[in-house]
Design a protein around this ligand. Structure first.
Ligand code: SAM
Length: 586
């Protein structure tokens, strides 16, 4: 449920404060902290949304029901056993928008990428683009209000690069316009108003973010006084902060069928699902070829393991490849709770997110030593880790490099790549396993940087390095995420596609002892990776969707390699048959 660009909102400055959140909720004085912790016993939430009748969720499938738990509020439960790969929920989000960087390349109505005939631009705001007139007509009822707000914003923008408001502002705008249009008492508005708000327990960092969002929203709507908020059914600036808090806590990434985050979306029904770092379901936008584009983007919840009757459906709000302390930090900051899921609380065995190889190379793993707990030994042979300081230093340097390279990846490609290239070997020589943080993150980033370079020039050694990085990344993910997780499926499909790229300088099959191999062995490795990817995508993007758009493309790629391999095999057979016996013996 990553909320793209939220933090960048903090940079959006504005002149006048409309926001009237009680200072006590953000002050750092001890009294406030006491107040907050006693509220925490009551889960720190505004109870008013619990009054919302379950009946308003018109898209709630009959196989599920809403229950209340003391630990996590409203929750979705299965009323019947469900198999891996089943689609549990399928809805169009209440609202969604593309992030600024995708406004030129994707349709703002169905969120599909531009076809070869390009997209048609709204002639008034010159910002929003559509596949065709049908997509434009589908979006018009909302874009009508948005169009003039976008024009006003652009006119007053201090510079060209700030001429379009962020995805968060545009999405909030759409929520308020649609809420007004549907009626403040409509089921649609009740579902939005029923979303959980953490306004009363905002932490200082979140308070700042919410304030900036409120300022920007006021500017986007062209309001000149807080009284004008009443037009949107809000009686005070505090109500506006509530809307923003609901949005922040309940927003999902709008993703492509290959999981690229394209924007943000809100579905009150799907927002009833609570979090686990070991989820039994995922939220995807598979874009099945069977779906009419007017129904896209279709948001689906898919079971990634069998779910029993009376079991809670749980998805992950954050990146679960991160170590526990980073997951907890992120959940506390954005969602205001301490995760008590099995992998956060049961310390059984070594967590592959925080592990190094056995110093005696027995194949076992040891927990990464920390400043607080420097004693570490192999889970298998009990060999003690002696290079504690080296490991701690390597992880610190790795984390700094990952943060820096992530920031630089779009601004300074060479520096970002230099960082990943130089730091990965340090972490590997310190003994980190491929799934360990921050090695996994750096490997994923290194792979993405190499892939983006391939789009300009393909050199054999770069292609091979990219394949090795993709293989290490897929192996690292596989140690953490359960089989059928769409992130695993996408990583494997990327590896398969890279292996399938024609070699520029194939070596002879006899020389193929290293990875990636060459010739038919490479093709076979591509085929194997694509078949594994296909199986995982069929689960993660829903069996009924046949793995969605990516699953379908991967199946086609695998079929074409199968044919090619058939030709190779036949070719080798023919050569064998044509070769005189005396030559074969040699
Ligand atoms: C998207 S909402 C989920 C639905 C929410 N329980 C409700 O009643 O509306 C996210 C909020 O639910 C609560 N929550 C979700 N998962 C939780 C968990 N594992 N433990 C405790 N609270 C959780 C947190 O308050 C979080 O900010």
């Amino acid at each position: 449920m990553s909320f793209a660009n939220l933090k960048s909102q903090r940079q959006e400055k504005s002149r006048k404060s409309y926001v009237d959140v009680p200072q006590s909720s953000v002050s750092s004085n001890p009294e406030t902290i006491t107040l907050l912790s006693s509220e925490k016993a009551d889960h720190n939430r505004d109870e008013s949304h619990y009054a919302t009748p379950n009946g308003i969720y018109t898209s709630l499938p009959t196989s599920m029901e809403i229950r209340m738990t003391s630990a996590s509020g409203r929750s979705l439960y299965m009323k019947e056993p469900t198999r891996t790969g089943s689609i549990l929920i399928s809805v169009k989000p209440h609202v969604y928008v593309l992030s600024n960087q995708y406004l030129d390349s994707h349709c703002s109505s169905c969120s599909a990428p531009a076809s070869s005939s390009g997209l048609k631009k709204c002639t008034r705001c010159q910002t929003i683009r559509y596949c065709n007139l049908a997509c434009q007509a589908n979006d018009w009822s909302l874009h009508k209000s948005e169009c003039s707000a976008l024009q006003r914003w652009a006119k007053n923008a201090p510079s060209e690069d700030l001429a379009i408001p962020s995805d968060a502002i545009r999405c909030l705008g759409r929520i308020l316009w649609k809420r007004k249009k549907r009626g403040f008492d409509s089921p649609w508005a009740q579902e939005i108003d029923g979303l959980q708000s953490h306004r009363k327990s905002l932490q200082p960092a979140s308070f700042e973010t919410h304030t900036h969002l409120a300022h920007s929203l006021v500017r986007y709507f062209g309001l000149t006084s807080p009284a004008e908020l009443s037009e949107y059914g809000l009686s005070s600036a505090g109500d506006l902060v509530d809307v923003i808090s609901r949005f922040v806590t309940n927003t999902f990434a709008l993703t492509s069928p290959s999981l690229t985050p394209l924007g943000v979306s809100v579905s009150p029904l799907i927002a009833l699902i609570n979090h686990s770092c070991d989820p039994n379901a995922v939220i995807v936008f598979p874009r099945s070829p069977k779906n009419p584009s007017a129904e896209e983007p279709l948001m689906q919840v898919v079971a990634i393991r069998d779910i029993a009757e009376n079991e809670e459906v749980l998805t992950a709000y954050i990146d679960t490849t991160l170590p526990r302390f980073l997951r907890q930090e992120s959940l506390r900051e954005t969602y205001d709770f301490d995760c008590q899921c099995p992998i956060c609380t049961h310390h059984v065995g070594v967590d592959p997110r925080e592990a190094i190889w056995c110093p005696k190379s027995c194949g076992g793993m040891c927990p990464v030593p920390t400043e607080e707990d420097s004693l570490s030994q192999c889970e298998n042979c009990r060999a003690a880790v002696s290079s504690t300081d080296t490991v701690i230093d390597a992880i610190r340097v790795g984390q700094e490099a990952l943060d820096k390279a992530t920031l630089l990846q779009t601004r300074d490609y060479d520096k970002a790549k230099q960082l990943t290239t130089n730091i990965i070997p340090i972490l590997v020589s310190a003994g980190l396993v491929p799934s360990c943080h921050p090695l996994l993150g750096l490997t994923g980033l290194h792979k993405s940087l190499l892939v983006s370079a391939l789009s300009t020039t393909v050199r054999q050694e770069v292609l091979d390095e990219t394949i090795r990085a993709a293989a290490k990344y897929a192996a690292g993910l596989s140690a953490i995420l359960r089989e059928g997780h769409p992130v695993r499926g996408i990583a494997l499909s990327e590896l398969g596609k890279l292996l399938a790229v024609d070699e520029l300088a194939p070596t002879s099959p006899g020389q193929s002892i290293h990875f990636p191999p060459s010739g038919p062995l490479r093709l076979k490795a591509a085929y194997d990776a694509l078949i594994r990817a296909r199986n995982e995508l069929t689960v993660g993007f829903g069996r009924a969707n046949d793995g969605g758009e990516t699953g379908t493309a991967v199946r086609e790629a695998a079929m074409s390699i199968e044919k090619e391999l058939g030709v190779w095999t036949q070719g080798i057979r023919n050569i064998r048959e044509d070769t005189p016996k005396s030559t074969k013996a040699k």
